[in-house]
Write a protein that binds this ligand. Structure first.
Ligand SMILES: O=c1ccn([C@H]2C[C@H](O)[C@@H](COP(=O)(O)OP(=O)(O)OP(=O)(O)O)O2)c(=O)[nH]1
Length: 149
């Protein structure tokens, strides 16, 4: 499988794996100089890249937070996880939300999020009057309690 990146602007950065076993490919901001993300606001940060997962339709590109940005700077994608449709050929955008109490500045080339390629199922969608019985049934949202017992 090949993941193709097309640079939409000269200063875009083609992602690379940081280590041999990195799960994510860091996405870099592609801006003129720098971009400000005021406290409490969300800014759509461009990457200057379009991507194509060549041939493989049962996989998806997901845009996740970088834990360092989220925990140290309060910057994480507003949509939690960005889902990139297989047929999307537009620019990859990271909608960074600033949950900190300070304005933040992102410089051109800063690594702002990570792209993860993961397999997906695309099942046939059917309406059904019955679902199979299970021990859990409809229990959820804490129905099994807090601790192991
Ligand atoms: O964090 C993200 C999320 C999405 N996208 C791109 C790829 C995706 O294929 C497209 C549409 O995203 P999504 O399906 O989440 O948007 P929507 O709000 O459901 O709008 P629509 O599908 O009608 O465009 O936008 C990004 O660049 N970054």
């Amino acid at each position: 499988m090949r993941l193709l990146f097309k640079k939409l602007r000269e200063n875009a950065v083609i992602p690379k794996y940081q280590t041999e076993y990195s799960a994510g490919l860091d996405l870099c901001a592609c801006v003129d100089g720098e971009i400000s993300i005021p406290e409490g606001e969300t800014v759509k940060v461009p990457t200057g890249l379009a991507a194509e997962l060549e041939g493989e339709k049962n996989a998806v590109l997901l845009i996740y937070a970088r834990s360092s940005l989220a925990t140290k700077l309060g910057l994480a994608p507003a949509n939690c996880v960005g889902v990139v449709d297989w047929d999307y050929r537009g620019e990859l955008i990271v909608a960074l939300h600033n949950a900190s109490a300070e304005d933040r500045v992102i410089q051109n080339g800063d690594r702002i999020a990570q792209l993860v390629v993961t397999p997906i199922y695309r099942p046939e969608v059917c309406e059904s009057d019955e679902l199979s019985d299970t021990a859990r049934g409809a229990g959820g949202f804490g129905s099994t309690g807090l601790r192991n017992s």
